[in-house]
Design a protein around this ligand. Sequence first.
Ligand code: ZN
Length: 152
Amino acid sequence: MDLRELYQDVIVDHNRSPRNFRKLTGATRTQEGFNPLCGDKLMLYLKLDGDRISDVSFEGSGCAISVASASLMSQNVKGKTVAEAEQLFNRMRALLTGDGQEIDLESLGNLAALSGVSEYPSRVKCASLCWHALKAALQPPSQVRPTEVSTE
Ligand code: ZN
């Protein structure tokens, strides 16, 4: 099995059985996201314990890439500090938009499965939606607004 098939399998698996797909009771932050180009909708729930993301979940509906990306994200940011999650956001934005930065795929773990997305411009916003919602949810609450994926 080559890497591309392996990545495809990860995305199919996370779309079929999304992890942390539920409403989070006791969430301290919630953030809506909407991708009008594809119709992907997302509600992200975070529980911040001081500076740490102690729990994260999401609900919504969308294409396979948007659901798999949110599922993978939820697995990977749980337990991280806000600063670590923002760092991961920056690395994922670089990965998804293929902005030419050198990215160490191995250190991304199963998030590397999204590395093929940059080859499909119409899918970039699908995969980015949850990450933009995460970034917005990590801002101080007074600055939070509904997320629409910006053109990047
Ligand atoms: Zn989509």
